[in-house]
Ligand binder design. Structure first.
Ligand code: C5P
Length: 244
């Protein structure tokens, strides 16, 4: 029987960014003792819909549907209802969809969680995608704000709409915690253990540093999923966080 540090497990989110359902199931099977939440993104969801969701649910793990909704409030409300009805614990919406749209997401999600007796869903907002550079924001999208200020403004809107938090890089994490309070959830991707490759991520942090800066959840992706031995890799992450 393996001893698992439950406090660490609860904060770990694994990004199931793989092509085939078999690969995803294999990762869930091997890593569910160590991972609190599995994140299903558009690639897997568009390919395999509820099949992967139902599989995650058999492992008693939480699941995060990373579909970044952005549509008119009525459509987002109905989609949010169905996301929760299908058993997601977390999902996200684009904060650029506006406060009314974010409120609609919450309304739909809460209606479903009450109706089906599920625990309170966690709804996060995506502020500015990390693929949007300052140049794109200014020249293509004609947004006069600095990225940092825009991120903060959108995070404030998410809080006003009653959402639980935001997805934010390690770079933005301290500012968001300072401005919006420690209870406003921050889920941080771009996490790289000290021993792993950076891949295409630019704003990275180690698991230990992101957690020290207050991240409520950290997203592990290729650092684990591309390892030759995923179980050894996740055990190394635990050791790194525990300071061994
Ligand atoms: O493999 P890697 O650790 O880079 O995966 C990071 C995960 O976090 C991916 O699923 C990616 O889509 C997601 N993500 C991100 N940056 C954001 C938002 C989400 O890397 N700003």
């Amino acid at each position: 029987m393996i001893e698992i540090n439950e406090q660490i497990k609860r904060k770990l989110v694994l990004a199931l960014d793989v092509e085939k359902i078999e690969e995803a199931k294999d990762l869930v099977e091997k890593l569910s003792p160590y991972i609190g939440t599995f994140k299903v993104g558009l690639q897997l969801f568009c390919g395999y819909g509820t099949e992967i969701i139902n599989y995650i649910k058999t492992k008693n793990a939480d699941f995060f549907l990373d579909v970044k909704l952005h549509d008119i409030p009525n459509t987002v409300e109905k989609a949010s209802y169905n996301i929760i009805k299908n058993g997601a614990n977390f999902f996200n919406v684009h904060a650029t969809g506006g406060i009314e749209m974010m409120k609609a997401a919450k309304k739909g999600a809460f209606e479903a969680s009450e109706k089906f007796g599920f625990k309170k869903p966690i709804i996060l907002a995506v502020t500015v995608l990390t693929s949007i550079s300052n140049e794109i924001l200014k020249n293509e999208l004609e947004n006069k704000c600095e990225t940092k200020d825009f991120v903060l403004k959108l995070a404030k809107n998410a809080k006003l709409a009653g959402l639980d938090g935001v997805v934010a890089s390690a770079q933005e994490l301290p500012l968001i915690k300072k401005e919006l309070g420690k209870d406003f959830i921050v889920l941080t991707p771009g996490i790289r253990p000290v021993w792993s490759a950076k891949d295409d991520q630019k704003r990275i942090a180690t698991p230990t540093n992101a957690l020290k800066d207050g991240a409520d959840y950290i997203v592990l992706g290729r650092a684990i999923t591309k390892s030759d031995n995923v179980i050894e890799a996740i055990k190394k992450v635990y050791k790194e966080i525990e300071g061994n």
